[in-house]
Design a protein around this ligand. Structure first.
Ligand code: ATP
Ligand code: MG
Length: 392
């Protein structure tokens, strides 16, 4: 009996003329994620992608786990292939679902018949197959409202397929269909979640991280690298730029009023991110900021930060509570890493009383009292790059 994986896309099916190019990217992303699991044939028809393993030793469990994190997939299922013939469908259903149905108490059958030439209509397939399964598994009763198992028969172009219902996919749009953006990645809870959320909308992510040795340790940097690695199953390959930021922070501390320290620092972070974006072809920045969370995330502070930005800054967490952000960080498995207590450059030289409602003109005047440009250029020059790939 041959088992395959069926991939169904939600939102993408609505893309009309562009659907094909979205599908192309999704298929490419799927291939990349399954590469080392063995040879497969991937085909598509009727808004479904079919993954057919070439050999019996294909690790379908692992493939399904990986595919559950690929954006653009609304639902997936593993299914047995049968002839388009009712007796073969019955035989395969009894055999393929034996383990599941032997232990289940209730079930129902649903049928989808996209091949209208198939001689039985869907209600008839359900009725007849339901009868066959009850005879074979006497412990089962039919429950159409809340069944434990939904036996599904799909009659498609070349074959029929039997499975025990869909598994929920990651949703969203395939990474790479939405352009390229640069994520300001810190070691905190928020920014990895922000990256995940924009990747879900099809954005290909690169990341930038600022370090201030000796105020920040190697261990702190390593933690951020781990976070970048942890979001790769969702985001795909991520370039990681690490910017030496110590001299800039020291210059701010020595030359600017303490109460403006954080805002000026954030503006200079943005200036560096813009330079890297231009060089790398990133069309927007992404941060983990959330309205009002800290002094640098009040509306006036965000306005001061944005004033230096010449490309859009996406803040997908802007309207979320910390508890909602934490929920996502647990789901994507970054939370435990994020809460490890290592220092971030943002926590170095933090003012005792940061300005909560800074005025842009005051900030600009303070910043202009020192020429930061040579230090910015030097930091960009000395930026190191690494690439993180999903572990295979
Ligand atoms: P996070 O939990 O993501 O660290 P936070 O609540 O601690 O966020 P801040 O420290 O004010 O907030 O940082 C706000 C945003 O600025 C972060 O979400 C991140 O996008 C960016 N950021 C902060 N520190 C760094 C850093 N060292 N390198 C890169 N980006 C940073
Ligand atoms: Mg932080």
């Amino acid at each position: 009996m041959k088992e395959i994986i069926l991939i169904k896309y939600g939102e993408m099916a609505l893309k009309g003329m562009n659907k094909r190019s979205f599908e192309d990217v999704l298929v490419k992303n799927i291939k990349r994620r399954l590469k080392n699991l063995g040879k497969t044939t991937i085909t598509r028809a009727q808004s479904t992608i079919y993954i057919e393993p070439a050999f019996d030793d294909f690790d379908t469990d692992e493939a399904v786990e990986r595919l559950k994190k690929v954006f653009g997939i609304a639902a997936l299922c593993r299914a047995a292939v049968c002839e388009k013939d009712f007796s073969d469908i019955s035989r395969v259903a009894c055999e393929y679902l034996e383990d599941t149905l032997s232990y289940a108490k209730s079930f129902k059958v649903t049928a989808k018949r996209s091949d209208k030439a198939f001689p039985m209509k869907s209600p008839e397939i359900c009725r007849e197959l339901g009868g066959v399964l009850i005879d074979k598994f006497p412990g089962l009763t039919v429950d159409v409202n809340d069944p434990e198992v939904t036996v599904t028969v799909e009659i498609r172009d070349t074959n029929a397929y039997v499975h025990a219902g869909n598994i929920k996919g990651a949703g969203g749009l395939p990474v790479g269909t939405g352009g390229h953006a640069l994520l300001l990645l810190s070691g905190g809870i928020d920014s990895p979640v922000a990256g995940y959320m924009m990747a879900k909308r099809g954005i290909h992510i690169s990341s930038i991280h600022y370090i201030s040795p000796p105020y920040t340790s190697d261990r702190a940097r390593l933690k951020v690298e781990q976070l970048a690695q942890k979001i790769t199953p969702y985001c795909g390959s991520i370039a990681f730029f690490c910017v030496p930021f110590t001299k800039i922070q020291e210059a701010i501390k020595d030359n600017c009023p303490e109460e403006f320290f954080t805002i000026i620092m954030r503006r200079l972070m943005m200036k560096i991110a813009l330079k890297i974006s231009e060089r790398e072809g990133c069309l927007a920045l992404i941060t983990g900021e959330s309205m009002g969370q800290v002094a640098s995330q009040t509306l006036s502070a965000l306005i001061c930060t944005d004033a230096v930005c010449t490309i859009p800054v996406f803040r997908p967490l802007i309207g979320m509570d910390k508890t909602e952000i934490i929920e996502i960080s647990r789901k994507i498995d970054t939370f435990e890493t994020s809460i490890q207590p290592y220092e971030d450059c943002c926590t170095v030289f933090t003012p005792k009383h940061p300005k909560v409602r800074p005025k842009l003109s005051d900030i600009e005047a303070a910043e202009n009292s020192f020429d930061f440009q040579p230090l910015i250029d030097e930091a960009v020059e000395n930026t190191e790059m690494k690439i993180f790939e999903p572990e295979l």
